[in-house]
Design a protein around this ligand. Structure first.
Ligand SMILES: *Cc1c(COP(=O)(O)O)cnc(C)c1O
Length: 386
C-alpha cells in the first residue's frame, strides 16, 4: 500500500480578526437582534451593493430565502415551479413546502445547468416561477431565461446559493432583473454557519418580503400590527457581523479559486475518462463553489467507491447530488402527476450526472499550484483503479 496521500488544504470556514472584531462589536452593541442593532442593516446594504441589487434582505438560511422569495412571487397551492432536476433538494422543497408542485426538468450534460428548452416545454398555465440554479457558481443561461420569461410571462428566481460574486456578461446576480437567493451555510462561499439572503430588483417586493420575514410586522411597530401573513426568518446580529467580514474576503478568494480551477480543470481533462464541468464564455466571473467532474459511463457504485478512495487519500471529495426525483422526500408533498420513470425519461442527463459526477470542496482551490498537481495525480490513480 503506497497510495499517494494528499497535501494539507486550507481549512474552511476561514476567519481572522475582522470576524472576531465583528462578533465583539455585535456583543457590545447590547442589542442582538436586527430590530435593535445595526449589523444586519449594514450587511444588507453591503451585500446588495456588492451584487448590484436594489435591496437585500438577510434571513435565517438559504432554504428560507427560497421559501420567502417564492411566496412573494405568488407561489402557493395550485401553482407550479420549474426546477432543475440536478440540484440540492431545497430548490424543490421550498416550492413544495408552500403547497406548490415542483416540476423537475433536465440539465445540460456539460454545465449541469437547467436546460432552458426543457423548461419551456414544462410551462403550463399554472407555472409561476422558473428557478435556475447556478451550479457550482457557473451561471445558467440568463439570456435564454430572460427571453423565455418575457415570452411566457413567467418570472425567474435565481437560486444563487453557489453564486456569490458571480457575473454573467459583466452583470452581477443583482443586475439581472430578477429576485435571487443566497445561502451562508457552513460550506458556502461566505458563511456564518447558517444564514441566507434574498436580493430584489425593486422596492415593492422587498417591502412585502420584509414584512413577511418578521411575522408581518412593520419595522417600527409597537402595537402588534401584523399586516400580512409571515413567519420569523430574521437573521441575528452576530451572524451579520461575521458575514460583513466574510464579504470583504469574497472577491480575492474567487480570483484565487478561478486561477486554480483553470489549472486543475486542464489537468483533470487530460486524465483518461475524466470530464471536468465545462465553462461558458458568457460567465465572465465564476465563483467556484465546487470543483466538479464526471466520469461518463462509470456505475454509481463504482463512483461511490472512487469517492471513498479519494477521501481516504485526503481529498475533500463528495458524490454529486442525487436527482431530486430519486429521493423519498420529493414524493411526499408537491410532486407532479407523473411517475418517477416518466421524469427520469425526460431527464437523462440528470440521471447520468447524479451517478457519475464527483465534486471537490472549494477550499481545495484556495491551495497552491503544486496542490492542484497532487490532486490531479490522486484522481488519476483513483480513476485508473475504478
Ligand atoms: C445550500 C443550498 C441551498 C440551501 O441553503 P441552506 O442555507 O443550507 O438552507 C439551496 N439551494 C442550493 C442549490 C444549495 O446548494
Amino acid at each position: 500500500m503506497n497510495a499517494r496521500q494528499a497535501p494539507e488544504f486550507p481549512r474552511w470556514p476561514q476567519y481572522d480578526t475582522s470576524e472576531r472584531d465583528g462578533l465583539i462589536r455585535a456583543l457590545e452593541q447590547g442589542q442582538w437582534w436586527r430590530m435593535g442593532g445595526d449589523e444586519v442593516n449594514s450587511f444588507e446594504r453591503e451585500f446588495a451593493d456588492h451584487h448590484g441589487a436594489e435591496h437585500a434582505l438577510a434571513v435565517t438560511n438559504g432554504t428560507h430565502a427560497l421559501e420567502l422569495a417564492l411566496q412573494c412571487m405568488g407561489v402557493g397551492p395550485g401553482t407550479e415551479v420549474i426546477v432543475p432536476a440536478f440540484t440540492f433538494i431545497s430548490s424543490s422543497q421550498a416550492a413544495q413546502r408552500l403547497g406548490a408542485v415542483a416540476v423537475p426538468v433536465d440539465v445540460h450534460p456539460d454545465t449541469y445547468n437547467i436546460d432552458v428548452a426543457a423548461a419551456a416545454d414544462a410551462i403550463t398555465p399554472r407555472t409561476k416561477v422558473i428557478m435556475p440554479v447556478h451550479m457550482a457558481g457557473l451561471m445558467a443561461d440568463m439570456d435564454a431565461l430572460a427571453k423565455l420569461s418575457a415570452d411566457a410571462g413567467v418570472a425567474v428566481l435565481q437560486d444563487a446559493a453557489h453564486a456569490h460574486g458571480a457575473r454573467w456578461q459583466g452583470k452581477r446576480v443583482g443586475e439581472l432583473g430578477t429576485v435571487a437567493t443566497f445561502s451562508f451555510q457552513n460550506g458556502k462561499l461566505m458563511t456564518a454557519g447558517e444564514g441566507g439572503a434574498v436580493t430584489f430588483p425593486d422596492t415593492e417586493m422587498y417591502e412585502t418580503a420584509f414584512l413577511r420575514h418578521s411575522c408581518g410586522r412593520p419595522r417600527d411597530d409597537r402595537r402588534y400590527l401584523h399586516q400580512i401573513a409571515g413567519s420569523n426568518l430574521r437573521l441575528n446580529e452576530f451572524s451579520a457581523s461575521v458575514l460583513r467580514a466574510q464579504l470583504r474576503r469574497l472577491d480575492e478568494q474567487i480570483a484565487l479559486r478561478d486561477e486554480r480551477w483553470t489549472l486543475l480543470s486542464q489537468l483533470l481533462g487530460a486524465i483518461d475518462g475524466v470530464v471536468p464541468q465545462s465553462g461558458d464564455v458568457r460567465v465572465d466571473r465564476r465563483s467556484h463553489y465546487m470543483a466538479m467532474f464526471r466520469i461518463p459511463g462509470i456505475t454509481e457504485e463504482r463512483r461511490n467507491a472512487l469517492v471513498d478512495r479519494l477521501v481516504d487519500a485526503g481529498l475533500p471529495a463528495f458524490a454529486a447530488f442525487r436527482a431530486i426525483y430519486r429521493t423519498k422526500a420529493f414524493w411526499e408533498i408537491g410532486a407532479p402527476d407523473e411517475t418517477q420513470d416518466a421524469i427520469a425519461k425526460r431527464c437523462p442527463n440528470t440521471d447520468a450526472i447524479s451517478q457519475d459526477c464527483v465534486w471537490l470542496h472549494h477550499r481545495l482551490l484556495l491551495a497552491g499550484e503544486q496542490e492542484m498537481h497532487a490532486t490531479a495525480e490522486i484522481i488519476a490513480d483513483g480513476v485508473a483503479a475504478a
